[in-house]
Design a protein around this ligand. Structure first.
Ligand SMILES: [Ca+2]
Length: 194
């Protein structure tokens, strides 16, 4: 009887181990393999010259800087991208990140994660061009007092993106792909992180 019990426990142990391993492996494979395929399809961006310094960029945002927050520019040399590149990149980003939607993990992958992923991947497109300046793409933290880009209002802070093209500053909601000019954005922006 003892032998059967030990055998039963051993089978349980291996089954449990296999299940966990399979789940972990599947998640990794899905993200890494698809990312590799998608990165080769990433559209190249075109730039809008002349370049700007961090002081130029800060000055252009003066009207929207909040006394309760601020703007962080880690670099000195920045560049705007062409508006048509912004549109093309957004299409690619929405298609590529569709696989990452996972509402079950809450804070583990939500607005801030989407925003930093968008900023990072747009940076990769510039890397592919061997561009020496940082694109003016940032993550913003806001008070979600009013709905915007398909995200409802509420008593919570929210993260999304800001980008500068030749047509001005745009606020981009990376979870839905919707955007508008900063002049039409309804919420207070606390922090800008470039
Ligand atoms: Ca998060």
């Amino acid at each position: 009887m003892k032998v059967f019990f030990k055998l039963f426990c051993l089978i349980l142990f291996f089954c449990a181990g296999c299940t966990t391993f399979t789940k972990t492996r599947d998640i990794k494979a899905q993200i890494i393999e698809s990312a590799r395929e998608s990165l080769s399809d990433m559209p190249g961006v075109a730039y809008h010259y002349p370049g700007l310094t961090d002081k130029d960029a800060r000055k252009s945002l003066e009207e929207w800087l909040s006394a309760r927050g601020g703007a962080i520019f880690p670099d000195v040399h920045y560049i705007r991208i062409k508006h048509e590149s912004f549109i093309a990149f957004n299409k690619w980003f929405q298609k590529t990140t569709e696989q990452l939607k996972n509402e079950e993990i809450g804070d583990g992958y939500d607005c801030d994660n989407y925003s930093f992923l968008y900023k990072s991947l747009l940076g990769v497109s510039s890397y592919k061009n061997k561009n020496l300046r940082e694109i003016l793409i940032g993550v913003i933290y806001v008070k979600q007092k009013h709905p915007f880009g398909g995200i409802p209002s509420g008593k919570f802070d929210h993260a999304l993106n800001i980008i500068y093209t030749e047509l001005g500053w745009f606020i981009y909601e990376p979870q839905t792909g919707k955007f508008d000019k900063i002049e039409n954005y309804p919420n207070e922006i606390l922090w800008f992180i470039f």
